[in-house]
Ligand binder design. Structure first.
Ligand code: SUG
Length: 414
C-alpha cells in the first residue's frame, strides 16, 4: 500500500468547556464563561471526520485524555484557595486539537526512512502543559511499529513547542520527499509567541531532516490573534494558501519555499480582500486543504468563513479562477470554533501506510457509529464553567471516557 495522508482527529472530550484559558486566542477569550455543549461538539467533530472519509483521505482519531487531571491537581498542590483558572486547567478538553499533539515528519523526509513524531510540550499555556504525557502514551500505542515509526518525548520545556500547528510540508505529492517548513514566533508582543525557533530546530534535527526551512511568523499576526501559524496559513502538497501578513518577511519566505519546492503554487489572500482581523475571526486559513480521491484539491472551511461576506467573495473568485484549489466544502464545528479551534486544529496529519498503524486508532463507518452511540449516551449535554470542580460532573466525565475506551478496546489508556 502506498503512503497516504491520514488525518487523526481528536474526539472532543466530555469535559469540553469555555474557561477562557488561552491568552492571545481571541475566540476562546470571547467565549469565557459561556455554557458549552460537549455532546454537540463531539458530534460535530464526528460529522467532519465522516465527511472527509467519504471523499477519500484515510481517517484516524485520538481519544480524549483523562479529565479532570488528578496528576496536575496534585502537582500544583491544589486547594480551595487556588486560582480558579489553574483548577479549570485540569478539566480542559484541549487535547481535541490534535494539530498541537505532535510534529510529524513522514518517512520520505527522514534520514532513517521512518516516520518521526515528537510530542509537543505545549508549555506556554498552563492548561495545555500537562497534555503531553497522555498524548505520548497514545502516540506510542498508535505508532508502536518501530520499523516504521519513531516517537519522541517532548523537547526541553525551556523551548515552547506547539506541534504541527506551526509546521507545513511541501511536496509534489504526499508520498514523495518533501521540504518541511517550521514557523516560529518571537516574543515581545502583547500575546505570547507559543512556538520557539529552537524547539523547531531541535525537532528537525531529531527527525533527521535534510530539507527544513525555519521561517518567522509576523509579529502583527500574533498580535492580531494568530496564536498558531495554522490560523493564517495552510499547505497541501505543492500549494501554499496564506494570508499576505502571515510571515515576517513574506517575499523571502515564498522565495525560500519556491527554491526548496520547485513548482510550488502560492495562493496569497491580500489584506485588501480579507483583512487580517477578518481572516482570524473567520478562520479561513484554519481550513483543511485535502487531496480527495478525485485528485481535485478541496478546502474544508468552517461555516464562520462561508458566512463572512469578504471571505465568501474571495473564495468564489478563487474557484472561478481555475487555480489548484477546485472545491470548497463547509463544515460546522461551532463548538470547537468558539474555543479558537477550527477544522485544521482538530486534526493531525500523518503520511504513512495505514496498515502500519494500530488499527484501533483508524476510523471506518461502523466504528464512527459506535463512537456516536457512546457520545449520545454518555457525553454531558451542557457544561457551565462555574460548575467545574463539581464531583458529580467529574464522575460523569470520567465514566463517559471509560465507556469510550471500552467500546474502542483501548482500556490500557485508562
Ligand atoms: O491552544 N484553545 C486552544 C485552541 C487550539 C487551536 N489549535 C490550532 N490552532 N492548531 C489553544 O488556544 C481554549 C481553552 C479554554 O479557554 O478553555 C484553548 O485551549
Amino acid at each position: 500500500m502506498p503512503l497516504l495522508e491520514i488525518n487523526f482527529d481528536g474526539i472532543v472530550g466530555p469535559s469540553h468547556n469555555y474557561a477562557g484559558l488561552s491568552l492571545g486566542n481571541l475566540a476562546a477569550t470571547r467565549s469565557a464563561g459561556r455554557v458549552s455543549h460537549p455532546r454537540a461538539a463531539a458530534l460535530e467533530g464526528l460529522a467532519k471526520m465522516r465527511a472527509n472519509m467519504a471523499e477519500g483521505p484515510a481517517q484516524g482519531f485520538f481519544v480524549p485524555l483523562a479529565r479532570p487531571n488528578a496528576g496536575w491537581l496534585a502537582e500544583i498542590a491544589a486547594d480551595s484557595g487556588t486560582d480558579p483558572a489553574l483548577l479549570a486547567g485540569a478539566w480542559s478538553a484541549s487535547s481535541m486539537w490534535t494539530a498541537n499533539a505532535a510534529t510529524v515528519s513522514p518517512a520520505p523526509d527522514t534520514a532513517d526512512g521512518r516516520c518521526h513524531l515528537t510530542v509537543a510540550n505545549l508549555v506556554t499555556m498552563p492548561h495545555r502543559s500537562h497534555e503531553w504525557r497522555g498524548t505520548l502514551a497514545q502516540l506510542r500505542l498508535a505508532f508502536a511499529d518501530a520499523a516504521h515509526f519513531a516517537v519522541h518525548a517532548p523537547v526541553p520545556p525551556c523551548f515552547g513547542d506547539e506541534g504541527a500547528a506551526n509546521h507545513m510540508r511541501l511536496a509534489s505529492s504526499h508520498g514523495e520527499p518533501g521540504v518541511e517548513v517550521f514557523v516560529y514566533g518571537k516574543s515581545g508582543g502583547p500575546f505570547p509567541a507559543r512556538q520557539h525557533e529552537q524547539a523547531s530546530r531541535i525537532v528537525a534535527r531529531r527527525h533527521g531532516l535534510s530539507r527544513a526551512l525555519f521561517i518567522e511568523q509576523s509579529a502583527e499576526a500574533i498580535a492580531a490573534g494568530a496564536f498558531h501559524n495554522d490560523v493564517v496559513a495552510v499547505a497541501n502538497e505543492g500549494v501554499l494558501f496564506t494570508h499576505e501578513r502571515a510571515f515576517a518577511d513574506p517575499a523571502a519566505a515564498y522565495a525560500a519555499m519556491r527554491a526548496a519546492c520547485p513548482g510550488l503554487v502560492v495562493i496569497e489572500v491580500p489584506e485588501t480582500a480579507v483583512n487580517l482581523p477578518e481572516a482570524i475571526r473567520s478562520y479561513l486559513f484554519n481550513a483543511q486543504l485535502i487531496t480527495p480521491r478525485s485528485g481535485e484539491m478541496t478546502l474544508v472551511v468552517p461555516s464562520e468563513s462561508w458566512e463572512s461576506a469578504p471571505v465568501r467573495a474571495w473564495l468564489e473568485r478563487m474557484l472561478a479562477s481555475n487555480g489548484p484549489i477546485r472545491h470548497v466544502r463547509v463544515v460546522d464545528v461551532r463548538q470547537s470554533m468558539a474555543n479558537g479551534g477550527g477544522p485544521a486544529c482538530l486534526r493531525l496529519r500523518v503520511v504513512a501506510n495505514p496498515t502500519h498503524v494500530d488499527p484501533r486508532f483508524l476510523l471506518h463507518e461502523a466504528k464512527a457509529d459506535l463512537i456516536e452511540q457512546v457520545v449520545r449516551k454518555y457525553w454531558p449535554e451542557a457544561i457551565d464553567p462555574a460548575k467545574l470542580g463539581d464531583p458529580a460532573l467529574a464522575e460523569a466525565v470520567q465514566n463517559a471516557r471509560a465507556r469510550l475506551l471500552e467500546a474502542l478496546d483501548l482500556t490500557e489508556l485508562a
